[in-house]
Design a protein around this ligand. Structure first.
Ligand SMILES: [Fe+2]
Ligand SMILES: [Fe+2]
Length: 197
């Protein structure tokens, strides 16, 4: 049973990092709530949640090593994504290589959980937003997005991406171009929705 296996592993690797464990379980609980609302396969969401930060404490070098080994476009990935984002790519590799996961409803939400992307599937949006708003997240933007997500998931996605970009810009972090593309995409999508209403 993959869920039991993952919980065991998480308890093990986060033995001295209880806050990270709480975060992961918070993402799972939040994702399951959304999954029920949007009629998703809850097991897929649970597995994606439990795996999304499985490599959070890999060193930069470890991430580079894994990404270089497994992705043919590794040069692009390493150039495009800063050190806070790369763990999403190594987690994707762990999901595939250690747990034999091939389902894109599980793999893609893991890969895009940090900064999102254009035209996300419902699984991607749920994990992305749940990572941002799970109950242990207490910064201002999380609280704001948590409220928004109750009735407009796309707007929640937009605000989370927008605030993340602003945060990275302010703190000198490199912002991936895919984040700007995603922000533009969701901005336009919401404009279209507003016009229709
Ligand atoms: Fe993460
Ligand atoms: Fe996370």
């Amino acid at each position: 049973m993959i869920i039991e296996e993952l919980l065991k592993r998480l308890n093990d690797i986060y033995k001295n990092k209880q806050n990270r464990l709480k975060h992961v379980l918070g993402v799972r609980d939040t994702a399951i709530k959304f999954g029920k609302k949007y009629n998703c396969n809850l097991k897929k969401l649970e597995i994606a949640s439990l795996l999304h930060d499985i490599t959070k404490y890999y060193s930069y070098e470890e991430n580079i090593k894994v990404v270089t080994k497994y992705f043919t476009n590794s040069e692009y990935i390493i150039k495009e994504y800063n050190e806070h984002i790369l763990h999403a790519y190594s987690a994707y590799v762990v999901a595939q290589s250690e747990y034999g996961i091939t389902d894109i409803d599980i793999l893609n939400p893991i890969m895009y959980h940090t900064i999102g992307r254009e035209a996300m599937t419902i699984y991607e949006k749920i994990i992305f937003v749940s990572d941002y708003i799970e109950p242990n997240r207490i910064y201002k933007s999380s609280i704001k997005v948590r409220k928004i997500a109750q009735d407009n998931l796309d707007l929640a996605v937009f605000v989370a991406i927008d605030d993340s970009i602003k945060y990275y810009e302010k703190n000198g972090g490199q912002v991936p171009s895919s984040a700007y593309q995603a922000r533009k995409y969701y901005n336009e999508l919401l404009e279209d929705q507003n016009e229709k209403n």
